[in-house]
Design a protein around this ligand. Structure first.
Ligand SMILES: Nc1ncnc2c1ncn2[C@@H]1O[C@H](COP(=O)(O)OP(=O)(O)OP(=O)(O)O)[C@@H](O)[C@H]1O
Ligand SMILES: Cc1ncc(CO)c(N)n1
Ligand SMILES: [Mg+2]
Length: 558
C-alpha cells in the first residue's frame, strides 16, 4: 500500500510502519484501551502500560486520549539551540509530547562547543527503562550518541521495548566543527544503528563520514549518497543540504529505496541555523507520532524549519557565527503589543475609510502614516468591500508603517486577514465572530476589541477575553448606516459597568470630543474617529488638531 498524505487515523497510519525486523510485536494498537479491552489486549499479548493496567484494575476511565509521544535520546546543548532543547521545542511547537533521555551534557554556545561530559552508559540505560517501560512512546528520535556503549544500550532497550518508528539523526560533528561522537562510533553506526532506523537524516559532513569520505558537492552527489546509505539498512534516507554552497537552494534528497524526492526550499539568508538538523529530525518524529506517512512527515518538517528560519532571520543572540532560531515563530514581531495592552492606546483611535481615501486619491498606507504622524495612537483598518488578497497586502504594508511608531494596527471584523497579516488584533461587532472564538483563533497575545451598546454586552466582552470595548454611536454618524445612538448617558452607563477600557465612537469630532471625554469614568480612555481625520485632504493636519485639543483638555483636567 502506498503511504502518502497526512493520515489522521492512527490505525491506518500504523500500517505504514511494517513490523520491524527485530521487533517482537508491532501490532497496530488502538490509541486507548477501554476496561473491557483489557482481556482482549492480554490475549493478544499486547502489554499494557503500568499506568493503564493500574487504572483498569481500579475501574477508572481509561479511555482518555493518548498524546502522541516522541522520546529523544540526545545531548544537552547549554545554549539551547540544538540537542535536547531543540527537540523539546520542536515537539512542543508541533503539539507532541516529548520525553528526554540525556546522553551527554555539552557546554556550548553560538561560538562552538567548549566541553562535553558523557553520561555513564548504565545511567542512560536507566533513563531509557524509566521512560520506555511506563510512558507509551510512539517514536524514538536519536541525536548525539557519544559512545559505542550508549549505542549498544539504546539498541538493547529498543529490542526490549519496541516503538513504532526510529528516527536517527547521526550527529557526529557540529557545524562549528566540534566532534560530538567518538570516531570509533562510526563502525557501530554503520553496522547497527542504520539497520534500526526508519529514517536516517545525515548532513553533508555526516553523509561523507558514513560513506568513508565521499566528496559531496552537488545534488547529484547527494542522490548517489542517499542510495549508498540506503543499502546500509535504513528504510529511508534524507541527505540534508543545509551546508551546500550559498548559491544552492536548501535542497534535501529523500530516498526510500524506490523513489527519490528532491525537497527544495529557498535558502533563508541568516546566521541563525544552529539546531536546524535536530529540529528537522524531531519534527519528522513528531509527525510520525501523530500518524503521518514518512514522506509527508519529512515534507512538513522541512517546511516548518524553513518557516522558523524565516521568522527568526534577524534575531541576535550570542556573538558567535551560528545563532539559534525561534521554534514558536514569534520573535520577528517583537514590536507587537505581546499581551501588554493597557487601554492607553485608545486615546486617539483612527478608523480608516477607503471611500474617503479614494475621494482624495490617497493610498491607504499614506492615510495611515499621516494619521500616525498627526498623533493617532491606534489604527483600525475597516475595509468592508476589499478583496481578501488586496486586504492582506494592505494590512501588511500598514503594519510596516505602524510598528516603528509602536502604534498597534487592528483589523475590523476579518480574523482571517488579521491572522494572515499578523496584525496586532481585531475589532469585532455584535454580529461578527464572537470575541470568545476570535480569542481562541488569535491566541493570548493579540488585541481584541468589541463594539458594545449595553451593560450586558460589555460584561460578555469581558467574559469572552476581549481587551477593550468600543461604545457608541455616541452621536449619529454618516459612516455607519442605521446605527442607533446611545448618547452621552448611554456611554457613561456602559463605562461605569465595564471592567474593560472603553473607547467612545460615533459622530465624534473636534467640537464634541472634549465633552465626550469629559463625562468622567476613568476607564473611558479615548475617542475613535473616522470622518474627522480622513474626510478632508490633510489627514495629518486634522489628526494633529484633534490630538492637541484632546491633550490640552486632559492636561487641564489633571
Ligand atoms: N539557510 C537555510 N535556509 C533554509 N533551510 C535551511 C537553511 N539551512 C539549513 N536548512 C534546512 O534545515 C534542515 C537541516 O539541515 P542542515 O544541513 O542544516 O542540518 P545540520 O547540519 O544537521 O544542522 P545542525 O547540526 O545545526 O542541527 C534541512 O532541511 C536544510 O535544508
Ligand atoms: C548536543 C548537541 N546535539 C546535536 C548538535 C548538532 O547540531 C549539537 N550542536 N549539540
Ligand atoms: Mg546535525
Amino acid at each position: 500500500m502506498a503511504c502518502s498524505g497526512l493520515l489522521s487515523n492512527s490505525f491506518i497510519a500504523n500500517k505504514c510502519f511494517r513490523p520491524r525486523r527485530h521487533h517482537k510485536l508491532a501490532v497496530p494498537y488502538p490509541r486507548s484501551f477501554s476496561s473491557s479491552r483489557v482481556h482482549l489486549a492480554q490475549n493478544l499479548g499486547i502489554s499494557m502500560s503500568m499506568e493503564e493496567n493500574g487504572a483498569a484494575k481500579q475501574g477508572l476511565d481509561v479511555s482518555r486520549k493518548k498524546l502522541p509521544h516522541v522520546l529523544t535520546v540526545a545531548g544537552s546543548d547549554s545554549g539551547a539551540g540544538a540537542g535536547i532543547q531543540a527537540d523539546l521545542k520542536a515537539c512542543a511547537a508541533r503539539g507532541v509530547y516529548c520525553s528526554t533521555v540525556i546522553t551527554a551534557v555539552t557546554a556550548q554556545n553560538t561560538v562552538g562547543v567548549q566541553g562535553v561530559n558523557i553520561v555513564p552508559d548504565e545511567f542512560v540505560a536507566q533513563q531509557l527503562k524509566s521512560v520506555l517501560s511506563d510512558m507509551e512512546v510512539d517514536v524514538v528520535k536519536t541525536g548525539m550518541l557519544p559512545s559505542i556503549e550508549i549505542v549498544r544500550v539504546l539498541q538493547q532497550s529498543l529490542k526490549e521495548f519496541p516503538v513504532r518508528a526510529v528516527v536517527v539523526d547521526p550527529v557526529m560533528v557540529s557545524t562549528s566543527g566540534d566532534v560530538l561522537a567518538d570516531p570509533s562510533i562510526l563502525a557501530r553506526f554503520r553496522e547497527e544503528l542504520l539497520m534500526m532506523a526508519d529514517i536516517v537524516t545525515p548532513n553533508l559532513k555526516e553523509t561523507s563520514t558514513l560513506l568513508g569520505g565521499m566528496r559531496l558537492e552537488t545534488v547529484d552527489d547527494m542522490r548517489r549518497a542517499a542510495k549508498l546509505l540506503h543499502s546500509m539498512g535504513p528504510r529511508s534516507v534524507l541527505v540534508k543540504g543545509g551546508d551546500l554552497p550559498e548559491s544552492f537552494d536548501a535542497v534535501d534528497v529523500f530516498f526510500d529505496g524506490e523513489e527519490y524526492h528532491e525537497l527544495h526550499s529557498p535558502r533563508v539568508k541568516t546566521r541563525n541555523t544552529h539546531g536546524t538538523g535536530c529540529t528537522l529530525a524531531s519534527c519528522i518524529a513528531a509527525e510520525l507520532a501523530k500518524g503521518s506517512s514518512m514522506l509527508s512527515a519529512v515534507k512538513l518538517a522541512k517546511r516548518y524549519v524553513e518557516t522558523a528560519l524565516e521568522y527568526s532571520k534577524d534575531i541576535i543572540l550570542g556573538n558567535g557565527a551560528q545563532g539559534p532560531f525561534d521554534h514558536f515563530l514569534r520573535l520577528k514581531h517583537n514590536t507587537s503589543t505581546g499581551g501588554t495592552f493597557s487601554g492607553n492606546e485608545l486615546f486617539l483611535y483612527a478608523v480608516t475609510d477607503s471611500g474617503m481615501n479614494e475621494k482624495w486619491e490617497r493610498p491607504m498606507e499614506v492615510a495611515v502614516k499621516e494619521a500616525i504622524e498627526g498623533g493617532a495612537t491606534i489604527i483600525q483598518l475597516r475595509e468592508k468591500d476589499a478583496e481578501t488578497r488586496k486586504f492582506i497586502e494592505t494590512a501588511k504594508a500598514c503594519l510596516k508603517i505602524c510598528h516603528p511608531y509602536k502604534v498597534p494596527l487592528l483589523i475590523n471584523d476579518r480574523i482571517d486577514v488579521a491572522l494572515a497579516s499578523d496584525a496586532d488584533g481585531v475589532h469585532v461587532g455584535q454580529s461578527d465572530m464572537p470575541a470568545r472564538v476570535a480569542r481562541i483563533l488569535l491566541g493570548p497575545d493579540k488585541v481584541i476589541g468589541v463594539s458594545c451598546k449595553t451593560v450586558e454586552q460589555a460584561h460578555q466582552a469581558w467574559l469572552d477575553g476581549a481587551d477593550y470595548i468600543g461604545c457608541g454611536g455616541v452621536y449619529p454618524t454618516s459612516t455607519k448606516a442605521n446605527n442607533s445612538t446611545v448618547g452621552l448617558d448611554g456611554l457613561k452607563t456602559v463605562c461605569l459597568a465595564s471592567k474593560l477600557p472603553v473607547v467612545a465612537i460615533g459622530g465624534i469630532n473636534a467640537s464634541n470630543a472634549i465633552t465626550v471625554l469629559g463625562i468622567g469614568p476613568p476607564n473611558l480612555k479615548g475617542v475613535a474617529v473616522v470622518s474627522t481625520v480622513f474626510a478632508r485632504s490633510s489627514v495629518v493636519g486634522e489628526t494633529r488638531k484633534l490630538h492637541s485639543m484632546l491633550t490640552e483638555a486632559v492636561l487641564k483636567a489633571n
